[in-house]
Write a protein that binds this ligand. Structure first.
Ligand SMILES: Nc1ncnc2c1ncn2[C@@H]1O[C@H](COP(=O)(O)OP(=O)(O)OP(=O)(O)O)[C@@H](O)[C@H]1O
Ligand SMILES: [Mg+2]
Length: 367
């Protein structure tokens, strides 16, 4: 009951850590002893990244470049140098980073510290050795092994857990805003962690031009109402989760101009298939060579379809999605387990006649 009320009051609000940020931070480190964000000098980070040498460059995104660095004690980190364009003032930045550093979960990339020397703004994160999901899902090199069905479900489950923490455990709740494969980073065991939570707020001074170009930048992952109005809710994140889950199932990018015109937009292409359970296998990434459990496919597609509903209010809550995803992750290890609960979509017409996985053995989770 309490949880329901909490959820109800949190929807529709852009609840971000800054709302509870302290006005002043007088300590050397922000936060308490256990969860302090370390403050780095620019010189320290320049040394760590060999003067931001190109051989240390891990990638570049909408906010700047990311370098692999080695701190003095030998710790390997990822250093994100934010573009100077439209950055917040030092004090505002420090407060925001301090609040972000309070968010701790096994499915979130750890923010180790930051630098706000002069007009430099850098963030220091734990290093994720396998890079991003994008690097492992699309355009594989010939020596790269495709992710198995279970690796994909494990990644979706981890992303759901990270999102659940941000939506349901963080106080106030945090809208992630930017869920997409390049922001899902992988450790040496392919365990996923979300990166860049709160960054949309940090990288912007709030001017309209910057904000609207950011919406365009993540086009495809943005919920339709967010793209239309810029209005963000926790349900916008659920849409993005649906897109990422669909990408994991299909191995297709949300937008791919190299494909025939009717297949360029993944969601538009998949939508008609969502209505015919028998055709779900047509969605599956061909590189899996049919090596996936059919029942789990039905469940995973149902979750994606639910999340991708146009009407934000009928998309499921992350807590329910997370429970379903956990079943899909463990099915291989425990085949005798009862089947996962279904998150039902009113838009999905189930076909029960000759399908052994049909509804009589499925329980339902209200969304
Ligand atoms: N902590 C990290 N550990 C290892 N690699 C990282 C880390 N953070 C980022 N990267 C790499 O750097 C790349 C660029 O990251 P970045 O977040 O700047 O861009 P993006 O995710 O593509 O877009 P956006 O700016 O919208 O987040 C990532 O795709 C990833 O490969
Ligand atoms: Mg990123």
């Amino acid at each position: 009951m309490w949880k329901e009320m909490y959820r109800m009051t949190s929807f529709g609000k852009e609840a971000l850590p800054a709302q509870q940020a302290p006005a002043e931070t007088s300590q050397k480190d922000v936060g308490n002893e256990n969860i302090a964000a370390r403050i780095f000098t620019f010189r320290e980070l320049a040394t760590a990244t060999k003067n931001f040498r190109s051989e240390c460059l891990l990638g570049e995104g909408g906010f700047g470049r990311v370098y692999k660095g080695c701190l003095e004690g030998g710790e390997i980190v990822a250093v994100k140098q934010l573009d100077k364009n439209g950055l917040q003032g030092s004090k505002e930045f420090t407060v925001e980073v301090g609040m972000l550093s309070l968010l701790h979960h096994q499915s979130l990339v750890k923010l180790i510290g930051y630098c706000a020397d002069g007009d430099q703004r850098l963030l220091v994160y734990e290093y994720m050795p396998l890079g991003s999901l994008e690097d492992h899902l699309f355009d594989l090199r010939s020596n790269q092994k495709p992710l198995s069905w279970y690796a994909r479900m494990k990644i979706a489950y981890g992303a759901a857990q990270g999102l659940e923490y941000l939506h349901d455990k963080a106080n106030p709740p945090v809208i992630y805003r930017d869920l997409k494969p390049s922001n899902i980073l992988l450790d040496e065991n392919f365990t996923p962690k979300l990166s860049d939570f709160g960054l949309a707020k940090l990288g912007s001074t709030g001017d309209k031009v910057h904000v609207s170009s950011m919406v365009m930048g993540t086009y495809g992952y943005c919920a339709p109402e967010y793209a239309r109005t810029g209005h963000l809710t926790l349900k916008s994140d659920m849409y993005s989760f649906g897109v990422v889950l669909l990408e994991l199932i299909t191995g297709r990018r949300v937008m791919d101009t190299a494909k025939p015109i009717q297949e360029q937009n993944l969601v538009t292409w998949a939508m008609p298939l969502f209505r015919e359970q028998k055709r779900f296998p047509e969605l599956v990434d061909p590189v899996l060579e049919n090596d996936y459990p059919l029942k789990a496919l039905h469940q995973a597609v149902a979750v994606a379809a639910m999340c991708l509903q146009e009407e934000a209010s009928v998309r499921p809550l992350i807590g329910d999605v997370s429970v379903t995803m956990s079943f899909l992750t463990t099915a291989a290890a425990a085949p005798a387990m009862s089947p996962p609960p279904v998150v039902r979509s009113p838009t999905i017409e189930e076909e029960s006649e000759d399908d052994e996985s049909s509804s009589d053995e499925e329980s339902s989770v209200e969304s």
